[in-house]
Design a protein around this ligand. Structure first.
Ligand code: FE
Length: 172
């Protein structure tokens, strides 16, 4: 069972979200791709060669300094497999599914993300028809970074919207 746990973890944390990471970095570097991605997520994701099960209708939400989007599936565990792989255990947990919509700021705080009141928090409920994923904000201090440098800082949690991509110049 240790081997299976390790494999599930790899799909949750590494192999799965790698595709999403590539989509995010391309959007950061290529303005016209970003426009296409926000206009029609599934189509722009398909452009990168990612698609298939649980990915026919993916909507990408842009996080900015003013708006923070986070994603949940209140009913079960709908999740955009082609970009994020398998959902983590907490995403499927009843506590996350119910609390994300009732008290999103408290949930975010527990993930270590404290947002000022001036930032609007929007919670999106994924379903079998539409699955959401987040385009996190490109952090300060990454001007001039190469694609491979940027790929290393994008996290799965930032694409679910329970974290930001940390600035390399911020401590912690
Ligand atoms: Fe679901």
């Amino acid at each position: 069972s240790d081997a299976i746990d390790a494999m599930v973890q790899a799909y949750e944390q590494d192999i799965g979200p790698m595709n999403g990471t590539r989509v995010v970095v391309r959007a950061w570097l290529d303005v016209s791709y970003k426009e296409r991605l926000l206009e029609n997520g599934s189509k722009a994701i398909d452009e990168m060669g990612f698609g298939g099960a649980e990915g026919s209708e993916i909507v990408v939400l842009e996080n900015t300094a003013m708006v923070h989007n986070m994603v949940v599936c209140t009913l079960c565990s709908c999740y955009p497999w082609p970009v994020l792989g398998l959902p983590p255990a907490w995403y499927k947990a009843a506590a996350y599914r119910s609390r994300a919509v009732i008290e999103p700021r408290s949930v975010l705080r527990e993930f270590g993300l404290e947002l000022p009141d001036s930032v609007e928090v929007l919670v999106w409920d994924s379903s079998a028809d539409v699955r959401y994923t987040v385009l996190p904000e490109r952090p300060e201090g990454t001007d001039g970074w190469s694609e491979s440098q940027l790929l290393e800082i994008v996290t799965r949690d930032s694409m679910i919207g329970v974290a930001k991509v940390k600035s390399p110049t911020a401590d912690g």
